[in-house]
Design a protein around this ligand. Structure first.
Ligand SMILES: [Zn+2]
Length: 111
């Protein structure tokens, strides 16, 4: 899976299934992503100096990368992501459905 920060993804599983939201963090070693407003847990906190009201804090928890699918910015369909080289050596992530470039992975060779 090639999910990057700031990609919009479709959630495939869990309580937030079907939602589209932005990726805020990627952990490639653990294979997890944190998605804005998805997989939120509520932590109940007592009153304290930092938190004089107490109450509930909400926090997005990491989820397995395999449970999200990148949404193509061009055709806005959930898609798999491929990689493509241009003739000048630049490498791009591309949508497998419409072929549009999603983002650049590496720059063109220098002449
Ligand atoms: Zn597309």
């Amino acid at each position: 899976m090639r999910v990057n920060k700031d990609d919009v993804v479709l959630i495939r599983t869990g309580a937030d299934r079907g939602e589209r939201a932005r990726v805020v963090a990627v952990d490639r070693e653990k294979g997890t992503v944190v998605v804005e407003g998805v997989n939120v847990v509520h932590k109940h906190v007592r009153r304290s100096r930092r938190n004089p009201q107490g109450g509930r804090l909400t926090k997005e928890m990491p989820m397995a990368m395999g449970n999200v699918q990148v949404v193509c910015p061009s055709c806005s369909k959930p898609t798999r992501v491929g990689a493509r080289f241009e003739e000048n050596g630049a490498k791009f992530r591309v949508c497998k459905k419409c072929g549009a470039k999603i983002s650049q992975i590496s720059p063109a060779r220098k002449k």
